[in-house]
Design a protein. Structure first.
Ligand SMILES: Cc1cc2nc3c(=O)[nH]c(=O)nc-3n(C[C@H](O)[C@H](O)[C@H](O)COP(=O)(O)OP(=O)(O)OC[C@H]3O[C@@H](n4cnc5c(N)ncnc54)[C@H](O)[C@@H]3O)c2cc1C
Lengths: 414, 961
């Protein structure tokens, strides 16, 4: 039995366990770095600034509870099998950080490798999968276009019949894809960040930014105004609203993205199955729930309401792939707000303002980037230079038509 | 068996004349028609239904209403069936879920022994050192988790959907809902009443009847059922209330989608359990569960009962039990003073001991059932004093308070706020058109509930446009019904506050102490409320406890949202019959008759090739086109009619090239960009009249093109009419040197002479007696006619062409051969030879951009893109005939170890006798004769040489014949 559990087990009931997440402290008048948004990205950035770069006086502000935005709502899939060399390089670094994140944070984030299969139902998608596989392999990411027989061997309960609307012709097999417990990633960064001196201010909404010339001087919040040396925004669904406070316009549309889980079942699906043609994906969590999602809603909206249409469309397609799931019961559905860029790649790094940094454009794909975002955004803030790996993701690439065409690998959520 | 059953009027749902036999854990069990699985088992003395999720403790009914996971069982293939809701049918095969070796001998019990080593969130603290540990533990954890099983062999049953419409939808068929339905119907509204149970009446069907109460509710139900404007759905669950009063209601295997003008939620309230050591033993249940067992199914819930009271309703339970022959050993009343309600008096009068200010401190079990309780005085919130001797009993009935079933109201946009007077949440800010009636809205006593239902029904009818007088609000009367937070931690633990997730009181207290003290964080960290029933029964207790330990007042604690669905919605319900559109061309059956192998092309099906063997079919089909004549069904092409004085100007703005100067009777290529200069579609525009263009788009792209045309013209307001006529016309491409002869032979009013109808011309006339539009185009680079005719007449034309072509070597040609033909001509396929960012210069389509034009979609971007150094170019290439491996599409061009491009199209051309293709290369490698390297399968590097396109007939002499 692991030691931690032994210790906990023999602790007296009457004694409260030690507090690991500090209570929200009073706001100070000024901080060296203010990070807006206590999602995974904001917390990881704060953690890296404190632990790697020795920055003191960091405040992370969130209008809600920590990790309560898209970090709490995503479907926890991590992978590196993107299409562009820029994207693959970036996500590959994130995956390698995930490998050791539990040990680094001394908190089990339940990073679990699972075969990740992106199904190809048409010859056009077979071609796209081959493209991704070739780029991935070139950059050292395990990825292979496989045929029907191999698909069936990896996920035997898939319906491989040819007599369906979209027969499975093959798949992109990414053996090193996986999942991690999304909340735990945020919590781990929060706990270890707080130990290193990061202040986490929950229920503290940023209502404005005081910009003078090319600098952000102060951050206005529902709990008072604070001066800041440097300011980072990492607010996902609220990115364009926040950027507007700084006088910046971002190439973003905010669109609801929904997901749902079934009631818990004994293990039946072992891999992560994604179908672009059928707009759906599924995996089974450690708790036994089937975690399911699809593409973003067909219209932009600042709302996290759930719809019936979403579930109907999703399940019609899901049962094409897994007809035997018809009797399984749904447990809950929810939505997040995805900040979508035109090229399906993020917006990161420096801005025209001297001391303002952006981490946005995470759309449907940002959970898997949490560790690399923390590491590289912190580097960007601490050195005030755009790290090479972030250069392709500059916010002004859209004005220069320098896009990173990731649509072929990111258009179905996750 | 009937010995266990109570006499009538108990058991209103069971038919004592009809017995039903099924199996449970392999044993034969006989119940009565009308029983649920759980009631039949209880009648047979089987109280344990499951083993708990983590510790594998014995569990039984708590609510008898599907509110906790304890009652989930496996029924045949179907996992997680609520045994307390599913009616028995002959030969049901019912098994317990999540046991290792069966319910009685579950080996999982061993885990329970380790419970002290599993503090809240323990899995975050362990299993990750060394790194390989998680790989070992994760599969173990997965196997331990999860309840029922689903087999990949499970059949996909029949599910369907229906659409229903109502002026007023009423959810809940208790007294409030009945009154609301009747009032709304009487005001003239069409009403849909949705009731979860098998009969109308709600709590009145099982609660202790008031004098004349049963008769009054039955009369009300009868009037509702008889009313011509009311439709009643029973055994139907409203799973969700979505925007604009869009309700999903499951009933059997059907999903009803309901649009209502107004909605009345009359879902009532359910009882809340008390939390004390051992409170999860089978035999410990809500007072209302005991009443349900007796009144609905005639099951005696025990022999000797202790009633735990927090309100006067508990005394009704005590009286009901006593009348059913259960010996009520004691009533433990949490209240210091039980008060002077006549019901309390009636209980005392029966000689039942009433202990005021007393709680159950601990329940003791034997043989997987409660066997005794220890009582203790309540000394403060959640604390008790000296614990008494065991009091033997086999039933503990808890009636300590209620939680209104507000989930649908919150989904509908109402706010739920805690209320310190009633200790129950209160509904506020109901949006227009949404109404609450009865106890969900805080109104409790029988007459007032009916009054409140009537008010809500009328208000809903008025909102739906049926004017009627609406009475004023009915004052809430919920005070004194709910004992605040009946959660009693015990020094030795095992007080369960979430049955689904097997959480004890100290799990919640510890999680809060560790800093997870925001209700959402607490929920996520401890998993309280995350189980199959989403904490319907216990969320309020968890919130209360959090408030107590963090000394926060209720509004600060907040609540968690119960998201759809409510209960029992299956994936099959949502999928329904699965109507995935599959579009067939007018010639589909002819292709099938000709033995075509069909393939998916977007939403359409197209013939890939004729005959089973790809290689030989393609070779023969290509040869037919090159040497004789082929016939291709191009009906899936997008077709748009652009008409109006501004038609030409409109096309100039939408597409890159010039159309104002295009002569009537001529056809020109069209290329469409998005605003970033990326290519999104292509086709041709045929000018059939000065103000009328017939435009084609790609099969997969036409819907987007049509949408964008409308989108842009909503801004431009040009005088054009845009019609998507894709399905109205079929297209047949007759292609090859003999095509003119074949079309002539079919008979046409169009003069086919080369100078009368030259290449890139369009003509209208008749072909084979069918009105047609002919265009001299064709991807394939031979003399050819693309003939567009009304889809209904395509079959006749096809048959005529087949007949006329017989002597000319005519062959139908599929998509695969078409691809070879177009590649031989070096034509680009948008989407295959381009990606989301390709601009015309890169794709060698710069010739299709009107250089003098001042504006078209994508032009500003294109100007920028073209002005800067280019990074890639699409070129034609040929392979060294000795190449060991033939690359495939999307194999990469490698240069100095980096990615320098990719192959987008490649084929072995039998016409040319070599392998040709298109590839992106770096601009300095685009020159004719340059050799570049492609990495093929297995990493083999293959050399390719840039060659000019078209590969075939470079002077285009053949197509212009
Ligand atoms: C349904 C769904 C499924 C997804 N599935 C996946 C997946 O499988 N894999 C994957 O990689 N990605 C997935 N994603 C995307 C992923 O969740 C996000 O990209 C990622 O969580 C972004 O993290 P973040 O920390 O930037 O944002 P968030 O977690 O949203 O954090 C932003 C925080 O900013 C706060 N905030 C906003 N405005 C203010 C303000 N004015 N003041 C203070 N605080 C403010 C918010 O409260 C929030 O806590 C999914 C997203 C959704 C919605």
């Amino acid at each position: 039995m692991p030691l931690a559990l032994l210790k906990a087990g023999f602790r007296s009931r009457a004694k409260a366990p030690p507090r690991e997440l500090p209570a929200t402290p009073d706001l100070r008048k000024s901080y060296d770095v203010v990070i807006i948004g206590a999602g995974g990205h904001g917390l990881a950035t704060a953690h890296a600034l404190a632990t790697t770069w020795g920055v003191r006086r960091i405040a992370v502000l969130d209008k809600g509870y920590l990790g309560g935005g898209n970090t709490a709502r995503n479907t926890a899939i991590v992978r590196a099998n993107y299409l562009t060399p820029e994207g693959v390089t970036f996500y590959k670094e994130s995956m390698s950080l995930f490998e050791t994140l539990s040990q680094e944070l001394d908190f089990n984030i339940m990073y679990t490798r699972k075969p990740h299969l992106t199904l190809a139902h048409t010859d056009a998608s077979v071609r796209t999968m081959r493209w991704r596989a070739e780029v991935n392999k070139h950059l050292g990411v395990a990825s292979e276009l496989i045929d029907e027989a191999k698909v069936a061997a990896i996920e035997p309960c898939l319906n491989m019949s040819r007599d369906v609307r979209y027969p499975i012709l093959g798949a992109l097999h990414h053996p090193v894809g996986g999942t991690a417990r999304h909340d735990a990633v945020a919590w781990g960064y929060a706990i270890r960040g707080a130990q290193a001196g990061v202040e986490i201010h929950q229920l503290t909404e940023v209502t404005g930014l005081r910009v003078e010339g090319t600098r952000v001087r102060a951050v206005e919040t529902t709990r008072g105004t604070i001066e800041a040396g440097q300011v980072v925004q990492a607010v996902a669904g609220a990115s364009s609203l926040m950027a507007r406070h700084a006088g910046l316009r971002l190439a973003l549309r905010t669109v609801p993205l929904q997901a749902c889980v079934s009631q818990p079942l004994k293990p039946v699906i072992n891999s992560i199955i994604v179908s672009g043609s059928l707009h759906c994906y599924i995996w089974q969590s450690q708790r036994g729930e089937l975690v399911m999602g699809g593409a973003v809603d067909p219209y932009p909206l600042w709302s996290t309401r759930s719809t019936l249409d979403f579930k109907e469309g999703l399940m019609a397609h899901m049962l094409e792939l897994f007809p035997f799931l018809a009797e399984v019961r749904m447990m809950r559905q929810w939505a997040g707000m995805a900040d979508m860029t035109p090229d399906f790649a993020p917006i990161m790094g420096k801005t025209p303002l001297d001391n303002y940094y952006i981490d946005a454009g995470w759309g449907t794909w940002g959970f898997k980037a949490t560790p690399v975002c923390g590491k590289r955004m912190a580097e960007c803030v601490a050195t005030d230079t755009q790290p090479d790996i972030l250069k392709p993701f500059r916010h002004d690439r859209f004005t220069h038509f320098d896009q990173v065409g990731e649509a072929g690998a990111a258009s179905v959520g996750s | 068996m009937s010995a266990a059953r109570l006499p009538a009027p108990f058991g209103r749902l069971v038919d004592r004349e009809r017995s039903v036999t099924f199996s449970f854990e392999g044993r034969r069990i006989t119940g009565l028609a009308g029983d649920t699985i759980a009631s039949a088992l209880a009648a047979n003395g089987q109280w344990m239904l499951s083993r708990s999720f983590k510790y594998h403790r014995p569990r039984g009914l708590v609510s008898a209403a599907g509110l906790e996971a304890n009652a989930l069982v496996q029924v045949g293939h179907e996992p997680n069936v609520a045994a307390d809701r599913r009616a028995i049918t002959p030969d049901l095969d019912v098994r317990a879920v999540n046991t290792f070796g069966g319910l009685d001998h579950d080996l999982g019990r061993a885990i329970g022994l380790l419970s002290r080593f599993m503090p809240v969130g323990f899995y975050y603290r362990t299993f990750y050192t060394p790194r390989a540990a998680w790989k070992v533990w994760e599969p173990v954890i997965r196997r331990l988790a999860g309840l029922g099983t689903i087999s990949p062999k499970a059949p996909h049953g029949y599910f369907d959907k229906a659409y229903l419409f109502a002026d007023v939808a009423v959810i809940g068929g208790g007294p409030a809902g009945l009154a609301a339905a009747l009032a709304a119907a009487e005001a003239g509204a069409e009403v849909l009443l949705v009731e979860d149970g098998p009969v109308l009446g709600g709590s009145a069907t099982f609660a202790r009847p008031e004098p004349n109460g049963v008769a009054a509710v039955e009369a009300l139900a009868a009037r509702v059922q008889a009313h011509p404007r009311v439709t009643v759905l029973t055994e139907a669950v409203c799973q969700g209330l979505f925007a604009d009063h869009w309700l999903s209601v499951t009933q059997g295997n059907r999903l009803n989608k309901v649009r209502a003008r107004s909605v009345v939620v009359a879902t009532g309230a359910h009882e809340s359990p008390a939390v004390f050591r051992g409170n999860d033993l089978p035999g410990i249940m809500l007072g209302s569960a005991a009443q349900r067992l007796m009144r609905l199914w005639a099951v005696r819930p025990g022999r000797e009962a202790v009633v735990l009271a927090g309100n006067d309703d508990a005394y009704e339970v005590a009286l009901d039990l006593a009348e059913a022959g259960v010996r009520v050993v004691a009533v433990a009343d949490l209240r210091a003073d039980p008060g002077s309600d006549p019901r309390v008096g009636a209980v005392r009068a029966r000689g039942i001991a009433v202990h005021a200010g007393t709680t159950v401190a601990e329940a003791l079990g034997q043989d997987n059932h409660v066997a005794a309780v220890r009582l203790a005085p309540v000394t403060g919130p959640g604390t008790f004093g000296a614990v008494g001797e065991p009091v033997a009993c086999d039933l503990v009935a808890m009636s300590v308070g209620y939680v209104p079933a507000t989930a649908l109201l919150t989904q509908g946009g109402a706010r739920i706020v805690p209320d310190d007077a009633t200790f129950m949440p209160r509904v506020e800010d109901l949006p227009a058109g949404l109404f609450a009636a009865g106890s969900v809205g805080g109104v409790w006593t029988a007459e007032r509930v009916v009054e409140d239902g009537t008010r809500a029904g009328r208000a809903a009818a008025a909102h739906a446009g049926h004017a009627c007088p609406v009475p004023g609000p009915v004052a809430p009367d919920g005070e004194g019904r709910t004992w605040p937070i009946p959660v009693f931690p015990h020094p030795k633990g095992k007080e369960f506050i979430d049955f689904d997730e097997d959480l004890q009181v100290h799990d919640i207290i510890d999680a809060a102490a560790m800093g997870w003290d925001h209700i959402q964080l607490l929920k996520r960290f401890s998993t309280a409320g995350m189980g199959p029933t989403q904490g319907k029964l216990t969320n309020a207790l968890v919130q209360g406890l959090l408030g107590r330990v963090t000394r926060q007042v209720a509004p600060r604690v907040g609540t968690v949202t119960i998201r759809p669905p409510i209960t029992g919605e299956k994936l099959g319900h949502l999928a329904g019959r699965g109507f995935e559109p599959r579009r067939l061309t007018a010639l589909h059956h002819r292709h099938e008759a000709l033995g075509a192998t069909m393939m998916v092309a977007g939403t359409w099906m197209r013939p890939a090739h004729y005959g089973p063997d790809l290689a030989s079919a393609v070779e023969a089909e290509v040869a037919a086109v090159r040497q004789a004549v082929g016939m291709i069904d191009v009906s899936t092409l997008g077709k748009l009619e652009i008409r109006g004085p501004d038609a030409a100007r409109f096309l100039e703005r939408i597409y890159t090239w010039k159309y104002e100067t295009l002569a009537v009777g001529r056809v020109r290529y069209v290329l469409m960009l998005d605003e970033t200069g990326g290519i999104i579609d292509d086709g041709v525009a045929a000018r059939v009249h000065a103000e009328h263009f017939y435009v084609t788009a790609t099969t997969g792209g036409v819907d987007r093109v049509y949408r964008l045309m409308q989108f842009f013209n909503a801004q431009w307001r040009m005088k054009v009419d845009i019609a998507n006529v894709t399905a109205a016309y079929a297209g047949i491409n007759v292609l090859g040197p003999a095509s003119r002869a074949v079309v002539q032979a079919v008979g046409t009013t169009v003069d086919l002479a080369p100078d009368a109808f030259p290449y890139l011309g369009v003509r209208e006339g008749e072909v084979g007696g069918v009105p047609a539009r002919l265009m001299r185009i064709g991807f394939g680079g031979e003399l050819g006619y693309e003939i567009h005719v009304p889809a209904s007449q395509a079959g006749a034309l096809w048959d005529a062409l087949i007949k006329a072509g017989a002597g000319h070597g005519l062959r139908p040609v599929g998509v695969e051969a078409q691809r070879v033909l177009r590649l031989e001509k070096g034509h680009v396929i948008v989407g295959q030879d381009t990606d989301s960012l390709t601009h015309p210069l890169e794709a060698s389509l710069g010739w299709a951009v009107g250089r003098k034009k001042t504006d078209f979609v994508g032009k500003p971007a294109l100007d920028i893109l073209e002005a800067r150094p280019q990074s890639r170019r699409l070129v034609g290439f040929a392979l060294d005939p000795a190449a060991a491996v033939i690359p495939k599409e999307n194999h990469l061009v490698i240069r100095d170890g980096r990615i320098a491009g990719r192959v987008t199209s490649i084929t072995r051309s039998s016409t040319l006798g070599k392998v040709i293709g298109l590839a992106y290369v770096e601009p300095d490698q685009a020159g004719e004769g340059t050799v570049f390297t492609v990495r093929a399968d297995g990493g083999t590097l293959v050399s390719a040489t840039v060659v000019p396109t078209p590969f075939y007939d470079p002077d285009n002499a053949r197509q212009e014949m």
